[in-house]
Design a protein around this ligand. Structure first.
Ligand SMILES: [Zn+2]
Length: 308
């Protein structure tokens, strides 16, 4: 593997956070921008964004495999990133079962959410339901969320819950308005659910994306909460003086090495896999002097334990 730093040159890499932006994802954006009647093609929307058109699910899966190979990433979690798009990720996982793990965005407040979750965890064998409460307008301690946890529990599945600050690049670029309720992404509300369902592994991306103190409190109270390290973690600018190194130091001190999971938050092509974030995180871990064994847990072992 190309060496981003010297101390741990041969890390195995698994990425817990990649968005699978299928044709359906682009069509959904087109529907929102131009109206459902317009039936704008994925190609047109991709062109408008300046991104590569995804093609079929199989073509996009192959694109991802080539990208993972090029970057020496063993496995990646692919997130179906618009509710109702479970099938595209399921198809990708079916074609490459040793490389992909299937996650799916779910609007827990939608009346069809329980049946969608049943089908995704059951028939489609996806592994993790991804909740975006700030976008879909519900609280994480809502009984409708409990129902999703129950279903995840029954299928030995996981739940990913986006807390804190949220932006969706495609929406911003297209000038689509997002009616976000940032109050809804409260790690302490998530903690009440994690306490009720201690066997469901929970992933809180980006260390709580701004609610860092609350994220740490939630992780202290709930051993099933894991942090993903993904994205540029630009939310640190909301906390005076906070650096990414300090974030890792605190997260390791509170959650320990078994509950940090490497992620990149890669999404569109041609940008592809965000190698620069790997470099940044490895540099931070180097700075902190973490042992190789700990780095291995973060970059692959913990993902393997949860989804291997
Ligand atoms: Zn993401």
């Amino acid at each position: 593997m190309p060496s981003d730093r010297s101390a741990v040159p041969d890390l195995r890499l698994n990425d817990s956070h990649c968005h699978f932006l299928s044709a359906r994802f682009f069509q959904a954006l087109g529907g929102e921008k131009y109206g459902q009647q317009a039936s704008v093609s994925a190609e047109q929307m991709a062109a408008e964004l300046g991104w590569e058109a995804p093609g079929s699910s199989d073509a996009l899966a192959s694109r991802w495999i080539a990208e993972l190979d090029r970057n020496h990433v063993s496995k990646a979690a692919l997130i179906a990133s618009v509710p109702g798009d479970e099938d595209s990720v399921a198809a990708a996982v079916l074609s490459h079962p040793t490389r992909f793990v299937g996650f799916f965005a779910l609007n827990a407040a939608a009346p069809t959410a329980p049946e969608r979750a049943e089908r995704a965890f059951g028939q489609l064998r996806l592994r993790c339901a991804c909740l975006f409460p700030a976008m879909h307008g519900y609280k994480l301690d809502d009984e409708r969320v409990a129902r999703i946890f129950e279903i995840a529990d029954a299928h030995k599945g996981a739940v990913f819950a986006h807390c804190g600050y949220l932006t969706i690049e495609a929406r911003t670029r297209l000038g689509l308005r997002s009616m976000l309720d940032l109050r809804a992404g409260d790690p302490l509300a998530l903690a009440t659910m994690c306490v009720r369902f201690p066997n469901v592994p929970v992933i809180m991306p980006h260390f709580g994306a701004g609610f860092f103190r609350e994220a740490l409190m939630a992780a202290e109270a709930c051993p099933n909460i894991h942090f993903d390290t993904s994205s540029s973690n630009a939310w640190v600018r909301f906390v005076p003086g906070l650096t990414l190194a300090e974030v890792f130091r605190r997260a390791l001190a509170v959650a320990g090495p078994d509950r940090l999971i490497f992620g990149s938050d890669s999404s569109f092509f041609p940008r592809g896999w965000r190698r620069v974030l790997l470099g940044a995180q490895r540099t931070v871990l180097d700075e902190l002097g973490v042992e190789t064994a700990v780095a291995q847990k973060i970059f692959s072992g913990n993902f393997e334990r949860l989804f291997g």
